[in-house]
Design a protein around this ligand. Structure first.
Ligand code: ZN
Length: 526
């Protein structure tokens, strides 16, 4: 008895000592960083050029080398919804950047909301109302009686709104008509003072006529120089989006938010999500092989370093839990000489819709049969199908047959097949099913062959293949065991892992697992 008693005493002393030596059990701030369109191999291809935030994350973080999305379409809204919900589009309801609303027949975006107004500029408001799942921030808010602060920031509305969630204190994005950071009446009747002050300084103005040249020239990449428009206006603000200066604005705004909201400086754990969109705008324009994309990655490294330094100065060292990922990757640019022997090319989205219209006209009479959507996600005219007393399944089947005959179409799924589990059972189908929400998704889901993209110009993403699905996932901070983790994981694992670390309820639709292999020290890992 005595021996056991002393053993227990000794155990108590040990854990008390290690508790004192450990960082606080819970971080003061969770900082979730997304780089929009940042394929996993951007970490390895440009590793030698990183000296800032990415370098630090790669050295001091838990680096997951095989994180892949398990849904299609791999687009911005879907990826950003997954970040903090862990939910597949089938459960989050965020099935694309936009889709056709079945009730009104009109195109809606993932965050469009006619019931709210824009704040900070003229225009239509936006909100997370179409998001059907809870986010980590929602769970933090519910567990903490509203005390934790939750803020989302990006150039894009969807990339600010969806990660922050329903109970967020605010989501802020850049309005490319006015050059101001805006929000909506969903969050508050008026913009906070710190936002108004930030906009009053007209921060975008400093980039009028700015020149963009590579930060670290390399013999492997041609030099380039681009000059932004010299007069304020939509043209200038849009060109700002597609330059490194868009990201700089977002970082500056994030710093102001940390000060203005005193994030991580009050007591409860707060959440800040920051999404850097400029990498995506540039990537679409020039493709992943271009020197501009390398420069955007290098500049993102420096900018994230600046943000991490700022956070550390405000919140204190070791008090912030950082997670970095991307919402999707990107396909190589078809047709460039280096890829001449690779498969790939461009497929016309319009040709797909045209083939459907022609086939249905031939079988069932005059249309219009296509109600909207894209070549990859066509919506059929259900009103006409009803009027003609046709079977939806039969009309879908005829449409699918026509699309399948188009060269370089890989697969066509019909709504009927997906709802009845009648499609071939493999990983690609599972990704389609995970991306399919019957009340919102299209009547057909069309997949192109590998390396084939449905755009006439520039680069694209959205497929179920490696280049679009493979993204970085890095955690860094208290209770994280740094190192390289090669096991396959999903970006959907981020939200349930954070929920476990913060001891709040798992977001409602989370499909991922807890990344227990990287947890150490705190009670959360036992
Ligand atoms: Zn994106």
């Amino acid at each position: 008895m005595t021996r056991r008693f002393f053993a227990l005493l000794a155990l108590g002393a040990t854990s008390a000592a290690s508790a004192a030596a450990r960082p606080p059990e819970r971080p003061k701030l969770v900082l979730a960083i997304v780089i929009d369109q940042f394929r996993y191999d951007y970490l390895t291809r440009f590793r030698g050029d990183y000296t800032g935030g990415l370098d630090r994350l790669l050295r001091q973080g838990a680096v997951f080398t095989n994180a892949r999305y398990e849904h299609v379409p791999t687009v911005t809204a879907c990826g950003h919804a997954i970040l903090m919900t862990g939910a597949m589009p089938s459960l989050s309801g965020i099935v694309g950047n936009d889709w056709i609303d079945r009730e009104t027949g009109k195109k809606v975006t993932s965050v469009s909301d006619d019931s709210v107004r824009l704040l900070g500029a003229e225009g239509k408001g936006a909100s997370p109302r179409r998001l059907l799942a809870s986010t980590l921030g929602d769970e933090m808010k519910m567990a903490g009686k509203g005390k934790p602060r939750v803020i989302g920031i990006s150039l894009k509305d969807r990339a600010a709104i969806l990660p922050a969630g329903h109970l967020a204190d605010g989501a802020y994005w850049f309005d490319s008509h006015s050059g101001a950071f805006v929000s909506s009446t969903f969050y508050f009747p008026d913009l906070p003072q710190w936002v108004k002050e930030f906009n009053r300084g007209r921060p975008a103005g400093q980039y009028l006529g700015a020149e963009w040249k590579p930060l670290a020239p390399s013999p492997d990449y041609p030099a380039f120089a681009k000059t932004l428009a010299g007069a304020a206006g939509p043209e200038f603000y849009t060109s700002l989006d597609a330059s490194p200066f868009g990201n700089e604005l977002v970082e500056a705004f994030a710093e102001r938010a940390i000060e203005g909201e005193r994030l991580g400086q009050r007591g409860p754990t707060d959440l800040l999500t920051v999404s850097f969109s400029s990498n995506d705008y540039v990537g679409h324009d020039v493709g992943p092989e271009a020197p501009e994309v390398r420069d955007m990655a290098i500049r993102a490294d420096r900018l994230i370093g600046r943000l991490l330094d700022f956070v550390e100065a405000k919140v204190g060292p070791g008090n912030t839990l950082v997670v970095l990922t991307a919402d999707h990757g990107v396909a190589p640019l078809p047709g460039i000489p280096e890829h001449a022997k690779m498969p790939g090319g461009r497929l016309s989205s319009k040709a797909i819709l045209g083939a459907i219209e022609a086939a249905l006209k031939k079988s069932f009479g005059d249309g219009p049969w296509v109600a909207g959507g894209s070549g990859e996600a066509p919506y059929l005219n259900r009103g006409l199908i009803r009027t003609r007393k046709l079977s939806e399944a039969e009309v879908e089947r005829v449409a699918a047959q026509a699309v399948a005959a188009i060269p370089h179409v890989f697969r066509v799924y019909t709504r009927e097949q997906l709802l009845n589990g009648a499609a071939i059972d493999d990983q690609i189908t599972r990704r389609v099913v995970n991306g399919y929400c019957p009340s919102r998704s299209s009547d057909l889901v069309v997949l192109e062959e590998q390396y084939w993209i449905p755009l006439a110009h520039g680069a694209s993403h959205g497929s179920a293949f490696g280049y679009d699905t493979h993204v970085p996932v890095i955690f860094m901070g208290p209770n994280i065991r740094a190192g390289r983790y090669d096991r396959n994981i999903l970006p959907n694992d981020i939200a349930p892992t954070l929920a476990t670390m913060l001891e709040v309820e798992t977001p409602s639709g989370a499909a991922g697992r807890v990344l227990a292999e990287m947890l150490s020290g705190g009670s959360a890992s036992h």
